[in-house]
Structure formats: C-alpha cells, structure tokens
Design a protein around this ligand. Structure first.
Ligand SMILES: [Zn+2]
Ligand SMILES: [Zn+2]
Length: 292
C-alpha cells in the first residue's frame, strides 16, 4: 500500500480520479505501447503518487494577519543593507549572492536601493560548532548601520547540527542583537544529482531571508513553520520528498524552486503586487566585497 494514497485529493497536479483513469487505461491494453513504455508510465505514476501522498496539511484557518517585517519589506526604511560575514573557507558563492540580490529587488520596496556587503572573513580557529559561539561571533562582527535603514545580518559557517540554514528574528539569538539574522551552513550542503551545491546554497540563503521577512506564519498554508506547497521555496528545504517531487519537473522543464509561492507572496504583499517587477529595480542592487 502506498502511504498517503488518499492524499492525492490534496495534490494540485494529480487527483484520485486521474490516478484511477490512468491505472484503468494501463490495465486495459497492457501491450499496446510495448513493455518499455508501460514501465516508463508506471514509473512516472509511482513517482507522482509518492510525491503527492507526501503533501503536507496546513494547520488551520487564519486568525490574525501573519507577521511581516516592516523594516525589510516596506519603503518606510527606504534602503536595505545586507551584511555577510563568513568563516575562512566558507565564503558565500557569488551566484548565491547575486540571486539573493535579485530576489530582494523583487520582494522588497526599497526606493533608495539595496546594498549587499560581503564583509569580514573570520579566522577558521574561531569556530567550535557551538551555539554560544554563533552568538559571540555575531556580537563581535555585525555592524548594523545607523539611521532608518532596513538591515539583515548573514553569517556563513561550516555547519551546526543538521541544519542547512537557521534564521533568528531580532533578539532571539542574543538579547543584545536587535536585528534579523540568519546563518547559512555551506558545509552541510551536498550536491545531489542535478541539484548542485551552489544551487542549494542559493535556495538556502533566500529561504532563510524569507523567514526573516516573516514567512511562513499564515496558518492556512504552513505546518512546522514551513509552506505546505512543495513547489515553494519556503517548503521545508531539499528532502527526499522534494527530490521526488522536483525530479520530473526538473527533467522536463528545468524547474527548481527559488521563488515563493503565490500564498507566500500574498503574506508579504496582501494585494499580490510585488514591488520590484521592472528591470530598473534590479539595478538598485549593489554588491560589494571587502575580500582581498
Ligand atoms: Zn526554513
Ligand atoms: Zn509558499
């Protein structure tokens, strides 16, 4: 018995009725298209069933407006600074920094621009894998700008437990640090098939920044703090389930989620209009590096 068979009702791609029809069709004329074609269709069916059976259920109905970070999203703070520090040997990949810039330009309203500053390289010997050290490193290296400026602090470290990334709202990691902050752990990322390490790093960093923006706190489409839509970047990372689900779209359309789903976009901007849809908005992103 395939676990979660009945959950096909929750799947936007494949409904129970389609499955029954497909199975009936396969059984009616099994040899018409030859064995290899039948096997291929059966394989696709199994993959879809496993994937769809794994769809997550949201926790319930909306009670209040989900949280969204004013300083990161709104034009009240007309510019945004992202500071990135990293442990020696774990510098952010330029590809992921550029993707972060493009997504920030798309999802935030910053008329005076977005500055991403790849800043301090922290000596490798300073890292011992402890949470208390994460806090101490943030307090020692973060340099929040003064004035009315949106600010995100990111730190790249080799790894912490099994996390690929972790995000903290202001004061959650350190009482003394009143800014949104996230960690990316490139040492925990392994390329799997066509999903390269660099690609994973890009999606981890935008995923963590999504949490800092306020995602996912809408009960109609979250479970365990993540989106129930496995096509969404705010789905719970890259696990066996999402590999199964993405394998077909990636093979056929080169698809991988690096964007937020419609429901998540509406949590950020309830009218559904994203601030940065034009090319000019991308030009507002400046990336600079203090690296030698
Ligand atoms: Zn997450
Ligand atoms: Zn989503």
């Amino acid at each position: 018995m395939i676990q979660g068979f009945s959950a096909t009702d929750a799947c936007p791609v494949l409904h129970a009725e389609h499955v029954h029809r497909l199975v009936a069709w396969l059984c009616s004329e099994p040899w018409r298209y030859g064995l290899s074609m039948n096997l291929r269709i059966a394989g696709v069916l199994v993959v879809l069933l496993c994937g769809c059976g794994a769809f997550r259920r949201p926790v319930g109905k909306v009670k209040e407006q989900p949280y969204r970070s004013q300083s990161i999203l709104e034009a009240d703070s007309p510019s945004l600074v992202v500071e990135i520090d990293y442990l020696e040997g774990h510098a952010p990949s330029p590809v992921s920094v550029r993707l972060l810039g493009r997504r920030l330009a798309l999802y935030t309203d910053k008329p005076e621009g977005i500055r991403i500053h790849v800043d301090d390289e922290i000596p490798a010997k300073r890292w011992d894998g402890k949470r208390s050290t994460m806090r101490a490193l943030v307090e020692a290296h973060a340099e929040p700008p003064s004035g009315n400026v949106g600010y995100i602090y990111l730190m790249y470290l080799p790894g912490f437990r099994n996390y690929r990334g972790l995000s903290f709202q202001p004061r959650k990691l350190s009482k003394r640090f009143n800014h949104p902050l996230a960690f990316v752990y490139p040492g925990r990322l392994r390329g799997r098939l066509w999903v390269t390490r660099q690609r994973q790093e890009s999606s981890v960093v935008v995923h963590e920044v999504g949490h800092l923006m306020g995602l996912v706190s809408h009960p109609e489409h979250y479970v365990d703090g993540h989106c129930t839509n496995s096509w969404c970047l705010m789905y719970d990372g890259l696990d066996a389930r999402s590999v199964v689900l993405h394998s077909l779209p990636t093979l056929f359309w080169g698809y991988l989620p690096t964007r937020f789903c419609r429901a998540c976009r509406r949590d950020l901007w309830p009218d559904g209009k994203l601030p940065g849809r034009k090319k000019a908005d991308r030009a507002k992103v400046h990336i600079e590096s203090s690296a030698p």
